[in-house]
Design a protein around this ligand. Structure first.
Ligand code: DO4
Ligand code: MG
Length: 285
């Protein structure tokens, strides 16, 4: 079952239950005005099944605007969790190469802060490439939606936009390579109820179009993620609390060739089978 945040014609942000490719149920008359109450429920699926049986207004997806599926959660990211990410990063960096090698194998994963909720962009909104970087890439990632108890209650699609030249120059520049305006996209909605075993069957696909032509396409499988979801969530919640819950990107397994960099007006499409599509144009920030 898929839940979303959306804006209707009145511009008010509401919560919806997506029923099929073209329709959602507006949960406002059932007293649900925030995702938080669903994510924190003892059994969100039981609650969603009850809501699905209620007589609620049906809206066409074509008539609403989807908002990023985050309210007050911090967005964090795991890194170097796929072999492909480790090798690409070891190639781009001279003196930091061993750091990537070590963290891939270490017990403790790499986790970094990515974005406050209010800076996350939704599907359809532009993601950014830094004007002081010359090598910019998208990172298509499965995102875990965690409640305040650290439980994985849903999944969404994330784009961890990154400046590879800045990161490659010096690993201490990682926050600048990763955190800037429009550097994090999430959406289109949250898929609820899939187990880790189910999610590991999903494919992550990306396509990038420029002037109407495909300039890069790649794919991986969530099954190639080296670490278990609970392991990543467990480390994130160590000596830390998230009263609003958190979103955790799980790392990229698709890296375009070294000759590729994003350009303004490129169109990025990321599909995770089992969730849907996250689509964003690119702008210079
Ligand atoms: O170590 C740098 C970041 C890694 C990352 O974002 C990823 O592997 O997805
Ligand atoms: Mg990443």
């Amino acid at each position: 079952m898929k839940i979303c945040r959306f804006q209707d014609k009145s511009s008010q942000i509401r919560v919806g239950l997506v029923v099929d490719d073209s329709t959602l149920l507006d949960l406002t008359p059932a007293g649900i005005s925030r995702l938080h109450s669903l994510l924190e429920a003892d059994d969100p699926l039981v609650r969603l099944n009850q809501l699905a049986r209620e007589k609620l207004p049906r809206l066409a997806l074509s008539e609403i605007r989807l908002c990023a599926p985050v309210e007050q959660q911090e967005v964090w990211a795991a890194g170097v969790t796929y072999l492909r990410s480790k090798t690409a990063r070891m190639e781009e960096s001279d003196f930091s190469a061993t750091a990537y090698d070590k963290v891939y194998a270490a017990e403790r994963p790499e986790l970094f802060f990515k974005s406050p909720a209010e800076k996350v962009v939704a599907t359809g909104e532009p993601v950014g490439i830094r004007r002081d970087a010359r090598w910019n890439v998208p990172e298509p990632e499965l995102a875990l939606v965690l409640n305040s108890r650290g439980q994985v209650v849903g999944h969404t699609i994330g784009n961890d936009m990154s400046s590879r030249d800045i990161e490659g120059e010096n690993l201490l520049y990682l926050p600048q390579a990763k955190i800037y305006r429009h550097s994090c996209a999430l959406g289109p909605w949250i898929e609820m109820g899939a187990t880790e075993a189910m999610a590991r069957e999903w494919k992550i696909k990306i396509e990038i179009r420029r002037n109407g032509k495909n300039v890069f396409a790649g794919e991986t499988s969530v099954g190639r993620l080296k670490r278990r979801f609970e392991e990543l969530a467990g480390f994130l919640f160590r000596s830390q609390s998230f009263p609003h819950g958190a979103v955790l990107l799980t790392g990229t397994g698709v890296v375009p060739p070294d000759t590729f960099t994003l350009q303004e007006r490129d169109e990025i499409g990321i599909e995770i089978t089992g969730i849907g599509w996250l689509r964003n144009p690119v702008m210079l920030v």
